[in-house]
Design a protein around this ligand. Structure first.
Ligand code: FAD
Ligand code: SIN
Length: 543
């Protein structure tokens, strides 16, 4: 089938939904999302949304903290934009029904997290993401000109290279007119044509063996944008959250994420300890447990490797039971299900892949290098996070950049700057049914996740990265061949995206010949501002 609309949104997390609400004021909006509407990284966010909301805080301090965490690579203008817009975005969420935690005198309760010089994290206990997602979805359901398609998996963006001659233009400028979308329930591909498209497909944590990201986070947007020729940057800066719950008997075929123990737990005073009970963070940074994430994750990794241990502990037992249960009811009950009473027992934790700081390059209005294609949320590289994201800046960035991209779309539609050309072909399915490939697909997926975890993880080297690239190359060729003959399924589509993303991360990591922020390599252990105070760009020019 062919669907035609003003605006296509790919993804229904915070970025897609915030954008859709704004854009629905002047356009018809179609949202496609690959699972059920709430399934997203957003839904699992715990800590909250950073914003300057108290009298003893100032915008300049939030800007400085963000720039410090970003280790020289943030774009100050982008940072100022999210910081300045933060309070009004929080207010908008409250206006649509979001229930933030409050103090006894009715003010927003503001938590503290690593790298923040002030308490400035607005949150809904430790279930902030679920509250935000529900509030946004409720609002969407009340708007007539937003149509949401669940179980619709975007395969590829539609650009010039899909056009049949004689419609193909010779212009070097690329445009986006929507996407080919796989309808999972009907096993068929629809053509969604749109004057503007927002890519808001979230993260890529599932490219790693251990991740806090849910199964949807297979980097589809990064891969689609790269295949379409969009400019991509900073893919080497994958953030590892220092404290994911360690569980014995981990199944390396499972896509179930590691359960996150929020940074807010450390903000609340929890201490990291070795198996012997000894504290160690003060040996690495004077801010101790509240140093930025890259430092804490590397410190844990170093202690684990030095001792041959498989986890460290997080200790919260010195706090009162009431306080713990009141602040972290979700973490308390999830751990209790696994026989860990966090009011009495230390919590075993390890770092896990958590957030992609790099992505599809945008300007301050979330416009990508492809005309009429916008990117917002985790899939984008707006310049806010640089080499390391400051805790709880992600939800904020998504809100603000989605708002601005909608404003830009309005201009495009009002001035008729985007016209969908004739000659866009429908999807042609040339594949065969092939059942035995399923096992090949799941095996390749597992290999990718292991390769990235072992060779493109917290600590890297040229040898490890080259090995990763060689292995990825083989899987890439095998996947390409399989994709061409196998009947479409979510599994083959995700594998195709994961291998593209694995390549982008490993290749970018090899290009950057220094250590900065989240990228640490033994071969270049120091920061090199003279040569590397710049993003690492990647672009597919073979189109
Ligand atoms: P998502 O919320 O991931 O939404 C992406 C959407 O795109 C989903 O609906 C998905 O199904 C859909 N999709 C993906 N691929 C396709 C496709 N091919 N076709 C169609 N649809 C597709 N950040 C903070 O600022 N504060 C926090 O407290 C915080 N806590 C976190 C806790 C956890 C456990 C995790 C995993 C992340 C946390 N983060 C936090 C990061 C933050 O949640 C994410 O970066 C943010 O939610 C991303 O929002 P998004 O809208 O870009 O993507
Ligand atoms: C957390 O709660 O620790 C996650 C916060 C974030 O990723 O910003």
């Amino acid at each position: 089938m062919i669907f035609k609309t003003d605006i296509l949104v790919i993804g229904s997390g915070i970025a897609g939904l915030r954008f859709a609400i704004e854009a629905s004021q002047f356009a018809e909006v179609y949202i496609v999302t690959k699972k059920n509407r709430a399934e997203s990284n957003t839904n699992y966010a715990q800590g909250g949304i950073a914003s300057v909301l108290s009298k003893d805080d100032r915008a300049e301090l939030h800007v400085t903290d963000t720039l410090n965490a970003g280790d020289g690579l943030c774009n100050r203008e982008a940072v100022e934009r999210i910081v300045n817009e933060g309070p009004s975005e929080i207010q908008k969420l409250i206006d649509i029904g979001m229930q933030f935690s409050k103090t006894s005198d009715g003010k927003l309760h503001l938590a503290k997290e690593g790298g923040h010089s002030k308490s400035r994290i607005a949150h809904a206990k430790d279930l902030t993401g679920r509250e935000v997602e529900q509030a946004l979805l409720k609002k969407i359901s009340e708007i007539d000109n937003i149509h949401l398609f669940e179980n619709h998996f975007a395969i590829d963006l539609i650009t010039e290279h899909h056009l049949l001659s004689p419609y193909r233009t010779l212009s070097s400028k690329r445009h986006c007119w929507g996407a080919y979308v796989y309808d999972v329930e009907e096993s068929t591909v629809h053509t969604f044509l749109a004057k503007c498209t927002l890519l808001s497909t979230g993260g890529l944590g599932q490219a790693y063996l251990h991740t806090t990201n849910p199964a949807i986070a297979t980097g589809d947007g990064f891969a689609m944008a790269f295949r379409a020729g969009a400019l991509i940057a900073n893919m080497e800066f994958v953030q590892f959250h220092p404290t994911a719950l360690f569980e014995e008997g981990f199944d390396n075929r499972s896509t179930t994420p590691s359960f996150l123990i929020s940074e807010a737990v450390r903000g609340f005073g929890a201490k990291l300890k070795l198996k012997s009970g000894e504290e160690f963070m003060h040996n690495y940074d004077e801010r101790g447990e509240l140093a930025p994430r890259d430092i804490v994750a590397r410190a844990i990794d170093n202690e684990l490797k030095k001792r041959g241990d498989n986890f460290v502990y997080l200790d919260l037992t010195f706090k009162s039971m009431d306080e713990i249960v009141n602040h972290f009811p979700h973490i308390y009950s999830k751990c209790l299900e696994k026989n860990i009473d966090i009011t009495k027992n230390y919590i075993p934790v390890i770092p896990a892949a958590h957030y992609a700081c790099g992505g599809v390059v945008t300007d301050l209005n979330a416009q990508t290098s492809i005309e009429n294609l916008f990117a917002s949320g985790e899939v984008s590289m707006t310049g806010v996070h640089g080499a390391n994201r400051l805790a709880s800046n992600s939800l904020l960035e998504a809100l603000v950049f989605s708002k601005y991209s909608a404003i830009d779309c309005k201009k495009i539609l009002k001035e008729s700057l985007s016209q969908i050309p004739d000659g866009i072909p429908e999807w042609v399915d040339t594949s065969e049914i092939s059942t035995e490939e399923k096992v090949l697909i799941s095996q390749s997926r597992r290999e990718i996740r292991e390769i990235l975890w072992e060779y493109v993880g917290i600590v890297r080297s040229n040898e490890r990265l080259n090995r990763a690239l060689r292995r990825c190359h083989i899987i890439y060729e095998e996947t390409k061949n399989m994709y061409n003959v196998t009947k479409l399924s979510e599994e083959i589509l995700e594998l195709r995206n994961l291998i593209d993303v694995a390549y982008l991360i490993a290749k970018s990591a090899l290009i950057r010949k220094e250590s900065r922020g989240l990228h640490f390599t033994f071969d270049y252990p120091n920061r090199d501002d003279q040569n590397w105070l710049k993003p690492t760009y990647m672009q597919n020019l073979n189109l």
